[in-house]
Design a protein around this ligand. Structure first.
Ligand code: NAD
Length: 479
């Protein structure tokens, strides 16, 4: 029998007494490896009540003492990094090296959150009027929750809970029902790190759990990462209940290549960006815009690089690209490839029929002469499909990117400082790369897009996390 996942509430592992569940499958084999219970309001209520009760003692625990648990957790995560990566590969499909890289990125979040005693400091000014002093202090707010997507089972939840807990809040994490096992191990380490019961809680589940989190009166704020329609739904539902919300959504990322770019560097970076993690990255290259005369060189260079890729089980050495997450995801990506052909895009490399027969494999796919009116040129495909959309000059290329409603990340490849400056100044995407394929801010910077890729104002991690997870109180004193 596949393992049935439990919740971790108030310092204990608890069975979830519901019949409904999601079958967790290894995407490389299709094998059922677990059952995520699909609870809802009553499990969320248990977790929210436990977190609410733990808040008063946790907020009074000095920040210096709170982060000792995070130091311990960081060390445990380091010790278990390879094991975590193996679980990520088994339930998500990405290659072991990609999985290990994502675990490392998660650990870096804990490292930055350990700086809370400094990062939580406020501001003060004497004599704002004669004999009157003013100070601004940051205070934790209560119970926060995060809702995560399937594509980074280790990293994304760590964008949130280390910062929230370091600030003195208590927390509920809901992983994607498609990848519950990685956070199960993370929470075993949370338990070992000795956080007091109720401070960090794990609730497995799906849509009903999300909606219950958005509605629960004891929850003060929600951090969400996933597709844009769900991000917007979470943003609106939770905000209508008076909660603070940051909701990170989907992407269609434009990569501009100028004729003066160092072409080998650019094409290596774009190939990795488009096909790494089977294209299931919110920072993945989706549209490549060759500007002016470099179109043929870009197209031929990408074809050559794709021909060297090996599609297979991410756990096997030598695999450069694993499967997509599910049969449904595979069918959706294949549907887009078929639609692209019907819409008149030129299918230069056809990924259909690639990889092992079992599992959910789609090979790297390349379309040329795509335009914004085509579904492949417009929709987030979230699979290994890259589209070439040529432009005559930089103005046209930037304008094509700016016309898209999503604006998560975008990059330019050039050796011209002037072109790079114009791009970074004008582009809407709020994660902008210059000669970078995956413009990922590290843990000490904020992470999040713009326009339809982000709902809220304060981004994830970095200093912005300390703004999101605290209220600023101003104290004005005369003695
Ligand atoms: P998703 O939106 O389907 O699911 C995300 C979470 O929402 C899951 O926990 C899921 O249980 C829940 N959910 C799904 N449908 C729901 C509904 N109708 N109502 C309430 N809750 C619901 O996303 P996914 O397929 O797991 O992840 C892929 C998406 O996430 C892509 O669009 C990708 O671009 C995006 N993503 C964005 C970022 C970012 O930083 N902007 C990072 C990673 C992934």
């Amino acid at each position: 029998m596949p393992e049935r996942l439990q919740n971790y509430i108030n310092g204990e592992w608890q069975n979830v007494d519901v019949d409904a569940h999601h079958e967790v499958r290894n995407p490389a084999t299709g094998e059922v490896i677990g059952l995520t219970p699909l609870g809802g309001a009553s499990e969320v209520d248990l977790a929210a009540t436990a977190a609410h009760e733990a808040f008063s003692a946790w907020r009074k625990t000095p920040a210096e003492n709170r982060v000792q648990h995070l130091f311990k957790l960081k060390s445990l995560l380091e010790d278990n990094a390879e094991e975590l990566a193996t679980i990520v590969t088994r339930e998500n499909g990405k290659t072991l090296s990609e999985a290990l890289g994502s675990v490392r990125r998660g650990i870096q979040m804990v490292e930055v959150a350990c700086g809370a005693p400094s990062l939580l400091m406020g501001q003060a000014l004497e004599d704002i009027a004669t004999g009157i002093d003013c100070e601004s202090v940051r205070q934790p707010m209560g119970v926060f929750a995060c809702i995560s997507p399937f594509n980074f089972p280790a990293m994304v939840p760590m964008w949130f809970f280390p910062f929230a807990a370091a600030c003195g809040n208590t927390f509920i994490s809901k992983p994607s029902e498609q990848v519950p096992f990685t956070q199960k191990l993370v929470w075993e380490l949370v338990h070992e790190a000795g956080f007091p019961p109720g401070v960090l809680n794990l609730v497995q589940g799906g849509v009903d759990t999300v909606n219950a989190l958005c509605e629960h009166p004891l929850i003060k704020g929600i951090s969400f990462v996933g597709s844009s329609p769900v991000a917007e739904h979470v943003y609106k539902t939770a905000a209508a209940k008076g909660k603070r919300v940051q909701a990170l959504g989907g992407a269609k990322n434009f990569m501009l290549i100028m004729p003066d770019a160092d072409m080998d560097t650019a094409l290596d970076a774009i190939t990795e960006s488009a096909y790494g993690c089977a294209g299931e990255r919110c920072l993945a290259a989706s549209i490549v815009v060759p500007v002016g005369a470099c179109h043929d060189e870009v197209r031929n260079g990408l074809i050559e690089r794709i021909s060297q890729m090996k599609v297979g089980n991410g756990a096997d050495t030598g695999t450069s690209m694993g499967p997509v997450i599910s049969q449904g995801a595979k069918e959706r990506v294949l549907g887009y490839i078929e639609q692209g052909v019907q819409e008149g895009a030129e299918l230069v490399v056809d990924g259909r029929g690639h990889g092992p027969d079992e599992g959910y494999f789609v090979g790297p796919t390349l379309f040329d002469n795509v335009n914004a009116d085509m579904k492949v040129g417009h929709d987030e495909i979230f699979g290994p499909v890259l589209c070439l959309m040529p432009a005559t000059d930089l103005d046209e290329a930037i304008s094509m990117a700016k016309q898209h409603p999503l604006a998560n990340a975008s990059s330019i490849f050039t050796q011209s400082g002037g072109a790079a400056r114009k791009f970074r100044y004008e582009i809407d995407a709020s994660m902008a790369g210059v000669n970078i394929g995956v413009a990922a801010p590290m843990s000490f910077f904020g992470f999040g897009g713009a326009k339809g890729s982000f709902f809220g104002d304060l981004k994830a991690h970095g200093r912005e996390a300390f703004d999101f997870y605290t209220d600023r109180k101003v104290v004005i004193s005369r003695w």
